[in-house]
Write a protein that binds this ligand. Sequence first.
Ligand code: AQP
Length: 342
Amino acid sequence: MSESGFTPRVFSGIQPSGGLTLGNYLGAMKRFVDMQEEGRFETIYCMVDLHAITVWQDPAALARNTRELCAGFIAAGIDPERSILFNQSQVPEHAQLAWIFNCVARMGWMQRMTQWKDKAGKNRENASLGLFAYPALMAADILIYHATHVPVGEDQKQHVELTRDIAAKFNHDYKVEFFPLCEPVIEGAATRVMSLRDGSKKMSKSDPSDMSRINMTDDADTIAKKIRKARTDPDPLPSEIDGLKDRPEARNLINIYAALSDTTPDKVLAEVGGKQFSEFKPMLSDLAVARLAPISAEMARLMADPAEIDRILTRGAERAREIAAPILRRTYDIVGMVGPAT
Ligand code: AQP
């Protein structure tokens, strides 16, 4: 138990809405592995397939991406024995708690979410109701486990803050101290990996341009080609971090290099300051290939046995339900929904 009385517990998820990108890996998955290894927390990681269908997903692709994401988690270092690893739709308590949170969250809160504004774009009338309610489901994902820490990339910070608001309003409305106020954990050199084609846009699995991202399954030649073609400016690299101001593409490549080599951007610049991109890009390609090739090889090996992946997911869901079901039942009791006593 922590000081707050809640078990220190990590929850985070990734959408199986496409192949894993370097952004997902550096901003999220690598951190998930670190938190598993720290040993301070119970760690729960999820393929959030219910979130993925807030925008259209081809059913066969969704199933393939879910298994591939599971393989990615394991290949990156998540141990399905030490962590709980499963896909969201197999644990119905997520959707059940999300309904209650739909009734706690306010329309105004949801309308302020930048991801909603970005993803719905100009054609809001045509966006799904699920896309609007996405943050309430995310709050349920976290709070159905009474998770205390949520490792995410920078883009998800606002949703974790909304989760705290939902927990606080629930606790206040029902006069309980039932849900924890979870902490976002946003750390490392690459909390926001940007598109290789546009330094003002984040790297995203659903970006129409494959050249904008590095996929975890890209081979060495493809990685080298994408980095070679990455947009940059004509100046040499600076020796200090201040020199990256107003140079978003250069900053992005330096941050990626730092995160892949487990160091800081300052230390990278001390080493590469003064170099031209023509010299730095091959260094970055070599590093990316060295780090990613073992992961993609292991993913391919695991993907050869989809039945084993399904067994891992089913077992993970059983373990997740052991935590989620009593928390849902207690929530129902607090709300006044009649059922078996706890
Ligand atoms: N570019 C990024 N840099 C750092 N972290 C990132 N994350 C995503 N992109 C970056 C982090 O990865 C985790 C899982 O994200 P997600 O798949 O649930 O949703 P997302 O943030 O919407 O990611 P994508 O790749 O942009 O997916 P699509 O294209 O389907 O919307 C989160 O912790 C996120 O912060």
